[in-house]
Write a protein that binds this ligand. Structure first.
Ligand code: MLT
Length: 312
């Protein structure tokens, strides 16, 4: 096709559908963020974006598929903090974050919430801590698999409280939340982009948010610091990736389209309703994203190794 807007365009890119791979189930937080930006990105690029869910192993299956995809700009990965924790959790990961991928830009940094089934006995975070210490072998903690943000948050909770809980892995926290609402599992640490609706509807109990400040859209939920567990602090940064070797001018076009999407009022409003916000434009760039990834790889490798998590 012809470069609709002329200028120093990357040839005719895009001249076919672009796939953004979400490495978790449809309906979860990663999927939600991706579908928010896909449409305004596609409009800016003058092409069509298809969102494809490739689940499994805490996001590492989907990430691996994109690492091995053709570096032509037609396969993009949406991933989050899990890109920086997986190398410390998996012996044979099948990709190296800094070598297998080209960063495109950061997207958003999402607070997490500690949520429980609504008839779970503990009323507050402190009650939860007391309860798990006395009943560690009976309490079930849901996550989206080893390497997921929900897994990391659950790990931080267990490290901070000195307990080892029975973890129940799902292919995403979309399905995990369904089971939590259904009372099939006791509690979970998951992003506001997934839990906000159920918290506001009173379908799950919210003990705390894992950010230094309260989340404006969840004003009644205390921070972990207020609730007496200051060590439980984590927010889930997201970024877009393409396979290493993707032409730089294509990377730039994707980054420009991402910036346009993050400046879209509909995206800003949707994110605000779900407790988060777009990153500043200067962070929606390949370099800012790479700097973040390098720093986070170092941070979590230490935390995970210190926690003595089995590398599977
Ligand atoms: C996670 O890492 O917990 C994922 O964000 C879950 C999901 O997106 O389904």
């Amino acid at each position: 096709g012809t470069g609709a807007t002329g200028g120093s365009e990357a040839g005719g890119y895009p001249d076919q559908n672009i796939t953004i791979v979400v490495p978790f189930s449809a309906g979860g937080p990663t999927d939600t963020v991706t579908r928010m930006i896909a449409e305004p990105m596609a409009a800016k690029l003058g092409g069509k974006i298809v969102v494809q869910n490739v689940e499994g192993a805490g996001g590492t299956v989907g990430a691996g598929e994109v690492a091995r995809a053709k570096p032509d700009g037609y396969t993009v990965l949406m991933h989050h903090i899990g890109m920086s924790t997986a190398p410390a959790l998996y012996k044979n990961l099948g990709y190296k974050p800094l070598e297998s991928f080209q960063t495109v830009g950061l997207v958003t940094e999402v607070p997490m919430t500690v949520v429980a089934r609504k008839d779970f006995a503990p009323a507050t975070l402190q009650d939860l801590v007391t309860h798990v210490k006395a009943n560690a072998d009976k309490v079930t903690l849901a996550n989206a698999g080893i390497g997921a943000a929900s897994h990391l948050c659950g790990l931080l909770f267990q490290t901070a409280t000195g307990v080892k809980l029975q973890e129940v892995p799902y292919e995403g926290t979309g399905p995990a939340l369904t089971d939590l609402v259904g009372g099939q599992v006791d509690f979970m640490c998951d992003q506001t982009t997934n839990t906000s609706g159920q918290i506001s509807a009173g379908e799950v109990k919210a003990y705390a948010v894992t950010t230094p400040e309260r989340v404006k859209s969840l004003p009644d939920v205390p921070t972990t610091t207020e609730a007496g567990l200051p060590k439980l602090q984590v927010s889930v940064w997201h970024g877009l990736y393409v396979p290493t070797g993707t032409p730089q001018d294509v990377v730039q076009k994707l980054s420009e389209a991402l910036k346009v999407a993050l400046a879209d009022q509909k995206v800003i409003d949707q994110m605000a309703k779900l407790g988060t916000a777009p990153v500043p434009a200067e962070d929606a760039t390949p370099q800012a994203h790479r700097t973040k990834l390098e720093e986070q790889l170092g941070t979590w490798a230490k935390v995970i190794t210190d926690a003595g998590v089995k590398v599977s």
